[in-house]
Design a protein around this ligand. Structure first.
Ligand SMILES: Cc1ncc(COP(=O)(O)O)c(C=O)c1O
Length: 422
């Protein structure tokens, strides 16, 4: 399709957009009395209007039923988390029994590493991408230290090539082969938070397995954004947060994936709690732990129902729309944003560089050569909510659920005004 940088053209794309009505399902903050252009769905998704009712229902049940709400509310609390499993499994390409919701992301990755990072004297190394998200770096460093190794020996980072802004799959695979029998675990962000690159998870997972390593993925920036086929790719484990593209609210609960081959096994080391033991016998309060046959065996505490309520509301919307439609719009709106950036770049003779490779989801990361913080501040003051990453990058993620083509056009005009006013 031949794009045009005009308001009419953008509005035509909006009227052809099958997801258009979902924009009204979200609350937009306002700047100078006008709804913002929201590019930070990769950081915190907007609030779906329907999530309030899901939370209010819990508050009402708590008010009216108190402890009886565990078993006698309309959506009983004791197995409330199970309502999320089925829709979430569709989003990540898993069997429902391979998915569970609990805790928060970094906590879950630690818990999963308790099970899946089992280093020996010979096989103890962890492979990750260079400059992984800081929490992942701290997790990996503390895990190897916990097992008596040091980071310099045990953590292998795959680097980008000199002068390039992205990782090459062949370099990741070559590094996996090089580390070979010393490799215990691969843990990479499936979509990189900084440059928006989508890793070839299938190829990397296969390469990891061919040398006998366990392969896990941090899917914080992937879930609800890209097509995931965790089961078919034979991923061992994965975890994600729900507050970015999943729109479940700040700091909200995390999902986990555990490959079915690890389910219903008593020999897997795990940190255990009463919500991971079989439901049928849980309240017999026996000393023996009998793992639930699903990923729920990794549950430790009873479910944080007030957090899960907005997550369930959001999943209801994912059920209605489906990942296929979201991805179709994502590709079109990101392509339109890219076009607008190039057009403005030409018009003002600036020099942006889009550092996101073609393997991308919703995010374009733009290196602002010659422009910088002042341009970012201008955008924010004028209702464009984006974010700044050192040294000189803004990240733009037009989430397909609620961003419009008209937003992209207006963004271009504000960007142009920002550059020419400097
Ligand atoms: C890639 C990645 N990993 C881990 C985290 C940490 O998430 P949490 O604070 O929910 O543990 C984030 C948070 O944004 C992230 O983007």
């Amino acid at each position: 399709m031949q794009f045009k940088n005009t308001l009419d053209f953008a509005q035509q794309l909006d009227s052809d957009d099958v997801l258009r009505k979902y924009r009204d399902e979200f609350y937009f903050p306002k700047v100078k009395g006008k709804e913002v252009i929201y590019f930070t769905g990769n950081s915190l998704g907007l609030q779906p209007k329907r999530s309030q009712k899901f939370v209010d229902d819990i508050m009402t049940d708590w008010k009216e039923l108190a402890v009886e709400g565990h078993f006698h509310s309309e959506k009983p609390w004791w197995d409330y988390h199970e309502r999320l499993t089925r829709p979430l499994a569709k989003v990540v390409g898993a069997k429902p029994e391979e998915v569970s919701v609990m805790n928060t992301l970094s906590v879950n990755l630690h818990l999963l590493m308790v099970s899946f990072y089992r280093p020996t004297e010979k096989r103890f190394k962890i492979l990750c991408e260079e400059k992984a998200f800081p929490s992942d770096q701290y997790m990996l460093q503390s895990q190897v230290r916990f097992h008596g190794f040091n980071s310099e020996d045990a953590i292998i980072e795959v680097k980008k090539r000199e002068g390039e802004h992205f990782w090459r799959t062949e370099d990741v695979v070559a590094k996996i082969k090089e580390v070979g029998e010393e490799l215990a675990l691969i843990l990479i962000g499936g979509v990189n938070y900084y440059n928006g690159q989508v890793f070839d998870m299938e190829t990397i997972t296969e390469a990891g397995k061919s040398v006998g390593a366990v392969v896990g993925w941090d899917l914080a920036h992937a879930v609800g954004n890209i097509d995931l086929e965790l089961h078919d790719w034979k991923v061992d484990f994965a975890a994600w947060c729900s507050y970015k593209y999943m729109n479940s609210g700040p700091g909200n609960a995390s999902g986990i994936f555990v490959n079915e081959k690890y389910l219903d096994r008593n020999d897997i080391p795990r940190f255990e709690g009463w919500w991971g033991t079989k439901k049928e016998t849980r309240f017999k309060m026996k000393p023996e732990f009998e793992p639930i046959e699903t990923a729920d065996a990794w549950q430790i505490s009873n479910p944080p129902v007030l957090s899960l309520a907005p997550y369930l509301a959001s999943l209801e919307m994912f059920e209605e729309v489906g990942m296929e439609a979201l991805i179709a719009k994502r590709d079109k709106i990101v392509a339109y944003l890219e076009f607008i950036l190039h057009e403005i770049d030409k018009e003002v003779d600036s020099s942006f560089e889009i550092i996101t490779p073609v393997e991308r989801g919703c995010q374009l990361s733009v290196f602002l050569h010659g422009q910088g913080r002042t341009l970012f501040d201008y955008l924010m003051k004028n209702g464009v909510i984006t974010d700044w990453r050192e040294p000189n990058v803004i990240r733009l993620a037009p989430a397909p659920f609620y961003c419009s083509y008209d937003d992209m056009y207006r963004f271009g005009q504000i960007l142009k005004a920002g550059i020419t006013s400097q």
